[in-house]
Design a binder for this molecule. Structure first.
Ligand code: DQA
Length: 140
């Protein structure tokens, strides 16, 4: 099983931005942990982060036939990107939406995700462990 871990806008700043919300681990640290965990589960993981909406759409489109699933933290795009939503809807690869923070306990605008309706499921609020839980969901 091969899973693509896709991170969107500002996730490259993890560990440096809003540490009280997102923690002090960098995206590299988090990805290393995911990779280590995936190895134990016998899952191959690939990683991609980009700040541009179109790049994320291209990554999702290109995942068709190549990956068994996508773990997606689209960052703020989650709340308004119909382009990413349409990209997810255009492929048969299951996408699990992930957020490190509990978006429902934060600002009003974060409560709505335009992506959730086209995702297989959503995991949020467990910090970097949200990615690990998402990984496990592909084994259920
Ligand atoms: C986030 C939540 C989003 O609202 C925010 O814009 C992010 C990170 C999270 O992982 O908690 O950039 O997706």
């Amino acid at each position: 099983m091969t899973i693509l871990v896709l991170n969107g806008v500002n996730l490259n700043m993890t560990g440096r931005r809003e540490k009280d919300v997102y923690g002090t681990q960098t995206l590299r640290d988090i990805n290393d942990r995911i990779e280590h965990y995936a190895e134990k589960l016998g899952i191959t993981v690939k990683f991609f982060q980009n700040n541009l909406e179109g790049e994320l759409c291209t990554a999702i489109q290109s995942a068709e036939g190549k990956y068994d699933g996508i773990i997606l933290n689209a960052g703020a795009f989650t709340h308004y990107s119909y382009a990413i939503r349409d990209a997810i809807a255009s492929v048969s690869v299951p996408v699990v939406e992930v957020h490190m923070s509990n978006v429902h306990a934060r600002e009003e605008f974060r409560r709505n995700s335009v992506l959730t309706p086209v995702c297989r499921g959503e995991i949020l609020g467990f910090g970097a462990n949200s990615y690990i839980l998402a990984l496990e969901s592909f084994l259920l």
